[in-house]
Design a protein around this ligand. Structure first.
Ligand code: CA
Length: 223
């Protein structure tokens, strides 16, 4: 497993690197946000551990730029501040998980294992439904010869709908799984992303649609 550590506190970075090398992970370490972005853009990592407060470019901007460049590597953000707003900002920018310093090495390793498993699920296969194919590695949605790329949240919302093709996915489930249980996302956030997805289905000329069950949730439908 290849891990990139982006952390300007060199002693912490080296301690983290040592813990991971003991697990036989292949570790690269960089000490500012610009280097973190440049290394991350290489696309060769299984997990990136990214500090928030960094010289040259903060961690939020790094993860946002990685996602804009279709780099889907799982990102675990680190911060010294225990603030929910940081967590929400991080997850909104496209981070996958979040840890507040100080933390135990065991917890860090457990989170990294969980993230790399998630990535493993992601790389394995594409999801097909009706005339649509969702390519997990590139976060793109295809229908016939047309394709469109999905934003992080559009992708996560669609994945949940596809995971439950015969049932209804509730707004609560979408909020908890896509925005996180302690986020302040509301029903209208979900509605906005459902409407983005409907527009993309329409653009692709797909016969797939997303039906609304009032006060309950959403389901996929074929027209
Ligand atoms: Ca820092």
């Amino acid at each position: 497993m290849r891990v990139l550590i982006v952390e300007d506190e060199k002693r912490l970075a080296q301690a983290l690197g040592q813990i991971m090398e003991e697990q036989r992970y292949n570790v690269d370490m960089v000490y500012d946000g610009q280097d973190g972005l440049d290394y991350g853009l290489s696309g060769q990592y299984d997990v990136i551990v990214l500090d928030v407060m960094l010289p040259k470019m903060d961690g939020f901007s790094v993860v946002k730029k990685l996602r804009e460049n279709n780099i889907s590597v799982p990102v675990l953000m680190l911060t010294a501040r225990d603030e929910i707003s940081d967590k929400v900002t991080g997850l909104d920018c496209g981070a996958d998980d979040y840890m507040t310093k100080p933390f135990s090495p065991e917890e860090l390793l457990a989170r990294i294992r969980a993230l790399s498993r998630r990535q493993g699920d992601v790389v394995l296969e594409d999801i097909h439904w009706a005339d649509l194919t969702l390519k997990l590695s590139s976060r793109t949605l295809h229908c016939g010869a047309k394709s469109v790329s999905l934003g992080f949240k559009e992708f996560e919302v669609l994945k949940l709908l596809l995971a439950n093709p015969k049932g209804i996915v509730s707004k609560e489930e979408l909020i908890v799984k896509v925005w996180g249980s302690d986020s302040n996302a509301e029903d209208n956030n979900v509605e906005a992303y459902i409407s983005f997805l409907r527009k993309k289905f329409f653009y692709l000329g797909s016969r797939a649609g997303i039906g609304t069950v009032r006060k309950v949730g959403y389901h996929l439908e074929e027209n």
